[in-house]
Design a protein around this ligand. Sequence first.
Ligand code: ATP
Ligand code: MG
Length: 482
Amino acid sequence: MSSSAPLSIVEVQRRVGAELDRLAPLIDSLGALFTDAGHELHLVGGPVRDAMLGRSHHDLDFTTSARPEVTERLLKGWGDALWDMGRDFGTIGARKGEWVVEVTTYRSESYDPSSRNPTVQYGDSLAGDLGRRDFTVNAMAVALPGREFEDPYGGIVDLAHQVLRTPGRPEDSFGDDPLRMLRAARFAAQLGFTVAPEVVAAMTAMADRITIISAERVRDELVKLICAPHPRLGLTLLVDTGLAALVLPELPALQLERDEHHRHKDVYEHTLTVLEQAIELEPRLGRADGEPDFVSRFAALMHDVGKPRTRRLVGDGTVTFHHHDVVGAKLTAKRMKALRFSNDDIEAVSKLVELHLRFHGYGSGEWTDSAVRRYVRDAGDQLERLHVLTRADCTTRNQRKADRLRRTYDDLEARIARLSQEEELASLRPDLDGNQIMAVLGIGPGREVGEAYAFLLDLRLDRGPLDEDQARAALLEWWASR
Ligand code: ATP
Ligand code: MG
């Protein structure tokens, strides 16, 4: 858990001051625009919180007493571009130069307990607006243009102690919007904060309310949690409160009861470590600096979910998990479908889960070139992520064994590089195309052309590239032997 020493309040205030100075060209004029028109305007939520943590935002959230029509009129003369974020939510967005602002009318939501989404009602006070926000660290505001700091729920103290607490009773807050329970886990993972004990207790008691939330909203929070810097914090909180059993049951299911001999490692703990190791290896994926890769992370989290179902105790007390890769890929696809992930994401993650064990047949380099080609071909555009997953999936404490596995994988990657260079493996085609096949065999389009194509592709994988005469001869031989 987060164990860092409390931040000093003086330092936190200094950081906000510095950030407001940086924002001055923007917030001074915007604040004057609203107050001159007789309205209040506050910088609020994420940007205030993150300023205190020493991070700056380029997307700035504001809250105002002005109704959306008024906000729109005021921003029209000020920004370079304007958009309506959904009139129902009372948010107007604007861009001015490099700045993006979103201005939302004070809210006091009322909730229909049977509905999945809050119904919005406008409110009349800043305190009311802040009181309906999820956590005290998100419920701080700075009045503009005067820069008075507004913190009715003690967010600054909670931020200094790095703890998430609700402005009111957590039971009331989660009763109003159960998604906030997942947001607690998400912010724990993003900020590295702990969650106050009374908040954890309410999450545990009320976990089953999460089932009224739409799959899309659950998915979006899970993605943010998994892409955060400390996903272990958020995931263990979800598991310990019973929320994971409802939104991602495959994860707590990994806490297999250990057999009396402790012959296998705790798969749940192993999984969290694999996820962290996959995050460390993320730079290999060549994305922009520090950019998280959801597919790679989620594949690490799901790679062993087939284990509980395939677990067998064999005669001598050994535990086996035959085909947990295939079963795990199916379970993964099913869960991702239920959470309404895109087909591309589902395909990518389940492919990685399905292939995560393949390397273990490599031994100490015994694969033929043909086996290496198949590995590359089967991984397709997931090959780089498969390298990351397979390397991350080694959590042995035996340093020599770990070193040996790493060197063996280095060897495999070197062979792939060599073969790819020689053969352009990724875009592998048979040595003859469909037209050539029809010409050689003297047949027209049909099922047989497809069969011949498959035969030639197989041959290509087994033997590497053939010249046209060799391919022609092999094709004719196959045709004759049918
Ligand atoms: P991010 O960097 O992900 O945008 P954020 O803190 O801005 O982080 P958002 O989800 O954009 O978080 O929400 C903006 C603000 O609105 C939050 O700081 C919080 O005060 C409030 N908020 C958002 N969703 C809820 C909710 N479901 N219940 C209560 N308050 C919420
Ligand atoms: Mg935001």
